[in-house]
Design a protein around this ligand. Structure first.
Ligand code: NI
Length: 262
């Protein structure tokens, strides 16, 4: 059984073979894939993928890259989308100071508004944090994000930042970079995070793990991430996946909605 807590199957890089990829995931034992949205149209695509495939669940939200496209109507449009069946989170939302595709003030404003929406709807959040650890922690604190909790996706911070996030009710998720040769810090954090606060993901089509770097990523590759994290924690990869599945069910309330067949 495999779980991918962060996949962008709506991405245009899957346009030619999306259904085949999803079929392959089912055959390879994926039981749950969470597909966050990046903007309104991607969120709507995530919803239709979730409606069509039992193993796919959706999150809706505006990525910091797309924050510049958000206006006053955005929250009004997101709210009913977030109430739809199989929507398990608001995401992905956050701050990206590496690319700065949207002005930072706008990123912060859109991030805050979506945390407020998540609290209103009692949904956890999926957080993107790239080179913005300080502002992310401040905003999570100020907006009382611990009330809903969530996941720090593809975590790239320090042990100290991980500790603060976990204290605010967040899970820490690892992706392909933990398998990269130069990933000393990510491996240190993976060793530090307790198994009951840990998730794994692919962030596909991006961040393909070793040994397939350079190819398009897909949810089945989550096994390479899980194997590396299991190796770091000196445990069996299947046992790790079982914990991840358990954590996924708890965080996203999937069990209570009876979607997983197992
Ligand atoms: Ni992502």
């Amino acid at each position: 059984m495999l779980v991918d807590t962060h996949a962008h199957l709506d991405d245009r890089r899957f346009d030619d073979d999306r259904e085949e990829v999803i079929k392959r995931c089912e055959e390879e034992g994926l039981v749950c894939i969470i597909n966050p949205g990046s903007n309104l149209s991607s969120s709507i695509k995530a919803l239709s993928l979730a409606a069509a495939h039992p193993i796919i669940f959706a999150a809706v939200g505006i990525h910091p890259h797309d924050a510049k496209t958000a206006d006053q109507n955005t929250a009004e449009i997101l709210r009913p989308l977030a109430g739809r069946e199989k929507v398990v989170a608001i995401g992905e939302i956050g701050l990206d100071y590496h690319y700065d595709f949207s002005p930072r003030d706008k990123q912060k404003q859109v991030f805050r508004e979506q945390i407020a929406l998540a609290r209103e709807l009692k949904l956890p959040i999926i957080v993107h944090d790239r080179e913005a650890h300080g502002d992310i922690l401040n905003i999570l604190r100020e907006e009382r994000a611990w009330e809903v909790g969530g996941v720090m996706h593809c975590f790239s911070g320090s042990k100290e930042t991980a500790r603060e996030c976990m204290d605010m009710n967040f899970f820490i998720s690892f992706a392909g970079p933990v398998t990269f040769e130069n990933a000393r810090k990510a491996r240190e954090v993976a060793a530090y995070v307790p198994i009951d606060r840990l998730l794994v993901e692919t962030d596909c089509p991006y961040l393909t793990p070793v040994p397939l770097r350079g190819r398009r990523n897909y949810p089945g590759n989550v096994k390479f991430v899980a194997e590396e994290v299991a190796r770091i924690k000196d445990m069996d990869a299947d046992a790790l996946m079982e914990c991840v599945l358990d954590n996924t069910r708890k965080l996203f309330g999937i069990d209570s909605r009876h979607y997983l067949s197992s």
